[in-house]
Each structure stands twice: as C-alpha cells, then as structure tokens.
Design a protein around this ligand. Sequence first.
Ligand code: PLP
Length: 393
Amino acid sequence: MDLSEILTHLGEDRGHGFDAVVPPIVQSGNFTYPTVAAMRAVVGNEFDRPLYTRGYNPTVAMVRKKIAALEHAEDALVFSSGSAAIAAAVIAFTKAGDHIVCVQKPYSWTRKLLAELLVRFGVEHTFVDGTDAENYRRAIKPNTSFFILESPNSLTFELQDIAAVCAIAKEHGITTLCDNSFNSPLFQSPILLGCDMIAHSATKYLNGHSDVVAGVLAGSHERMRRVMSKEFMTLGACPSPHDAWLLMRGLRTLPLRMERSADNAEKVARFLASHPKVKRVHWPGLDSHPQHSLAMKQMKRVAGLMSIELNAPDVAAVERFCDSLKRFLIAVSWGGYESLQWPVCALQASQPRSSGGPSGYYADLPFDMVRLYIGLEDADALIADLAQALERV
Ligand SMILES: *Cc1c(COP(=O)(O)O)cnc(C)c1O
C-alpha cells in the first residue's frame, strides 16, 4: 500500500461515519449491544472490538491501523504519551530477576523507568555505548531478556547499528524495542532491520503541531495483544478519542512536514558547521558526524533535530546566544511546525547535582550544548536569526 493511501484512507471505514469525508470523533466511553450474547462475544476480545474506550475505541483504532502500516508492523497501540508506550512495552516483556540492556543517554524518562522504577521490582539494567553493537553482546547476562535501542538518541545523536544489535538479540532470544521518534516512520524502519517493537513519542513528528501528547507502539499481533491485555489495560494510559483524531489529522501531512524539516535542517546544519562560534554540530546528516555512513545505510533521510556546542567562554555567553534568538522558542519537545531551542545549561543550573534531579542526568553534557529543532519556517530566516545570535556569543 502506498504512503498516501495509508495516510488518506486506510482504516477510515467511511460507511460507519455517515460517509463524512473526515471521520467523526467517537467520543463515547462505552458501547452497547442488542443482546446478552452479543455482549458476551466482545468481553475478552477488546483488542479489536469496542466495549469500553480504555480498551478499544473506533477513532483510536483508525490511528492504530495507520501506524502499523507505516511501521511495517502487524499491529499497533496508541497511548496517552510516548513514555507510557515505552513503559508498557518494557514491563510487558520483563519480570523480577531479569536484566535489560539499554543504550546510554536514552530519553530521560526511559532512563528513569529503568534506573528508578524497575529496580524497585528487581529488574536490573546496564547502559551501554551503542555506537559499537558488540557492546550489547558484552553486556548480556544469563538473565538478559530485553534490549532498548534509540537510534539516534535525541540529545547527542549517537546511532546504533539496528540490524547488528537485533541479530545479537535474536541469537540470545532477547526482545528488542527501538524508540524511533527522531526519524518518524518515514525515515527509518527498524522492523525491517529485525527489531521486534517500535515506540514513538507521537507528541513529536507524528502529530506535528505541538498540541497533543501521545505515544504509539508497533509490533506483531502476538506482542501487541500481550501488551494490550495486561499493561495497556491495567496502567490505563489510553489516549482520548479527540487526541487520537488530532493525531490522525497531523498524520495527513506527515510526508510534507518531514521533508521540509529535513531540508531546512540540512541547510541550517551546514551553516552552523562552518561558523567559527560553533565548536561542534551533532547531526548525523553531516559528513563530519562519526557515524555518517551508518546513518546513510539505515536511514532514508536525517530529520530536523540537532545539537550544537558553542565556542562560548561561560554560561553567560550561552545565555546571550539563546536569549537573542527570535525564531527559536525556548521550550522542551520538538517535531512541531515551530523551531525550538533547548539549552542544556537550563537544566544544569536548576538543581544541585546531589539531588538526583535533572542535573544529575545532564551533568555529563557540556554546558555550551544547545539542542535546536528545525521546524517548517523559511530556512533563510532561521539562518539569519542564528547568525545574529552567534554574534552575541
Ligand atoms: C518526547 C520523547 C519521548 C517521550 O514521549 P512523550 O510523548 O513526551 O511521553 C520518548 N522518546 C523520545 C526520543 C522523545 O523525544
């Protein structure tokens, strides 16, 4: 099925919605049956039948079909956040006494899931430098049951060779999950590289308008049924039908937005890489990135998120740069229409290192690092804005 059919038609079943072109939102929390026997047939089959909206909702189901098709997966689940999707997937496939191997510097709440939550339930973990796939193999113990990949990660942009890591996992009967948020389903397909499950923060590129927090998980029918029947239902992190509908609206323009963000990022990255006030640009699309050839091998294009390190003498100089930017809003998140900046020093100053707060996690990152998200604006305007702000460093 071609991309435009997935995004414009798949799963929409217009006959069930008054033949409206845009599917109506099924906001109902519960569903009725003509007979007791009809109800009995649905109880226990909530994976694909409506009973109660925490389990199955027809509007959410349309998005599930589209995500599964985009990720070359048999099925998908939609969650109320990306973190919920990741947590449900990890918890579903681990038990007390197991060991998880995860790439170092994953998304911060993925790290907390392992380091602060699952340790309380007797699940161990090791963070590895994923730039060498063999580090995953070296970390395997007799009780290793799960590998977490995030390629590239969204701060330092280190890649894992997905096919190599997943091949190691298969040899040892280990389940794999890849956070594919950076790439969207369009620029990288981890399932085709041998990965078992894919998670996305749909808050980012999939929705693309900075007005919904949501997550998705994709994989085989069997794995998705397993997650749905226990973790999805008990943790209850289901999306609202309205958010699912907004997410579907965002998906309509996914290819246009991805191409534009990537085109803009390429221009901005080249400008930054040649500027004397910029020490380093972390973006896998540049020839100078240490894993550029792996990026070209396993990714179709490189999306619009990058980090820079400034040639700045102190935090005040970084702040002058950031405060001077007019087109890059100071904010967390990314993947919307609007360009953003996220200075690492904003988190480093917020709490003492000993508190275990965000600064504990970000303390090993350079103070002069600023993450930039390149949105859909005019690239020349973004570059002009960066040029004037770099003069303040
Ligand atoms: C934002 C993000 C998440 C978490 O998603 P939420 O929707 O915020 O819960 C996970 N992974 C990556 C790479 C992210 O950027």
